[in-house]
Design a protein around this ligand. Structure first.
Ligand SMILES: CSC[C@H]1O[C@H](OP(=O)(O)O)[C@H](O)[C@@H]1O
Length: 343
């Protein structure tokens, strides 16, 4: 079952509410774009590729729910709604990418009805495309894993972060499908615990051996020789850095210190050819995500909190980037990459 999809019978977006995992597999039907924005803000749907699909489906929801029949007013409302949707979470480039790709296609429509059907058609194409890209990433990345490897990962870059299959976990799934015995060490990923709530759940569902550790244990396990490779996802890849869940940079430093390959698995929709590290906004989230967990207060309620959701890993800490078109070895000249892959 896909993480996010359009239900043709109900005429809505249906998505897995990831805040209920691992206790419940809960599906949410979303009929209005404001409810989709709320789901994105609360990380009910999250993960760069999944946000790309959410961006596309959000444009389709807008297209079908804007009431005005005057084409000029309709398009103005569609464009302002799309801009608001893009701003819901600033760091992952895929959300904007999905919105913009769907808008470009929709606005080729000659009337409102055609705009609506083109928006939905493109949003569905983005979702189908993501599954194919993740499978291709898996195939390319599997070549980097050996039978018997223990792979450490951070946050969740599995099928719940995508439409299906996953990026970092997609590489592991492909290696296992090819008969390689792979064990996984999953970092819990404070403060929202995507690693302990979602990655361990996904892997146990698939029967892939997984051990949960705290983020602060990563140095210890790598120094003890318990990790053969590190694979993570990404939210935005620029020429000089990889933006990913907070804590990724730390793991990259420790991996480099111990000569452990540090891989990033991501589709080209996560690449940003327009920015450098210094230009990228890192989302800062509510301090209550650290003061409370599951409704229980775990810090003084008025304690000062700094809560950046992502960090930047300099490209020199990255061994390779696994994409749907092959393996890229830093340092990379992004203008050459664009030419080579005709992007
Ligand atoms: C396959 S991209 C997954 C990427 O997205 C996550 O961020 P969030 O859970 O805040 O959406 C995390 O950075 C993952 O590596």
């Amino acid at each position: 079952m896909r993480t996010i999809y359009w239900d043709d019978k109900k005429g809505c977006v249906t998505l897995v509410d990831q805040t209920a995992l691992p206790v419940k597999l809960l599906l949410l039907d979303i009929h209005e774009v404001r409810d989709l924005e709320d789901a994105i803000l609360k990380l009910k749907v999250r993960g760069a590729p999944a946000l790309g699909a959410a961006g596309g489906f959000g444009v389709a929801l807008l297209a079908y729910t804007i009431k005005s029949r005057d084409i000029k007013e309709y398009i103005e409302k569609l464009m302002s709604g799309a801009d608001e949707l893009k701003g819901t979470r600033p760091t992952a480039v895929n959300l904007s990418w999905g919105v913009e790709r769907t808008m470009r296609k929709a606005l080729t429509g000659k009337d409102i009805s055609e705009i609506q059907s083109l928006a939905l058609e493109e949003a569905k194409a983005i979702a189908d495309d993501d599954v194919a890209r993740c499978k291709a990433i898996g195939e390319h990345g599997s070549k980097l894993l050996e039978d018997g490897d223990t792979v450490m990962t951070h946050c969740n870059a599995g099928r719940m972060a995508c439409v299906d299959w996953g990026t970092a976990l997609g590489v592991i799934r492909s290696a296992v499908a090819e008969g390689k015995k792979i064990k996984v060490i999953s970092c819990e990923t404070r403060p929202l615990n995507q690693g302990c709530r979602i990655t361990t759940w996904e892997l146990m569902e698939d029967g892939i051996p997984v051990t949960l550790i705290t983020d602060s244990m990563s140095g210890h396990v790598m120094r003890k020789g318990m990790v053969d490779k590190v694979i993570v996802g990404a939210d935005r890849i620029v020429e000089d850095a990889v933006f990913n869940k907070i804590g990724t940079y730390t793991h990259s430093v420790v991996a480099k210190a111990h000569g452990i390959p540090f891989y990033v698995a991501a589709p080209f929709s996560t690449f940003d050819f327009t920015k450098k590290e210094k230009d990228v906004v890192i989302e800062e989230r509510s301090g209550d995500e650290l003061r409370y967990w599951g409704g229980m207060q775990i810090a003084p309620k008025d304690v000062q909190v700094y809560n950046p959701a992502f960090d930047a890993t300099p490209m020199e800490n990255v061994t390779a980037i696994i994409t749907e078109l092959g393996i890229l070895k830093p340092p990379m000249d992004f203008s050459e990459i664009k030419k080579k892959f005709n992007i």
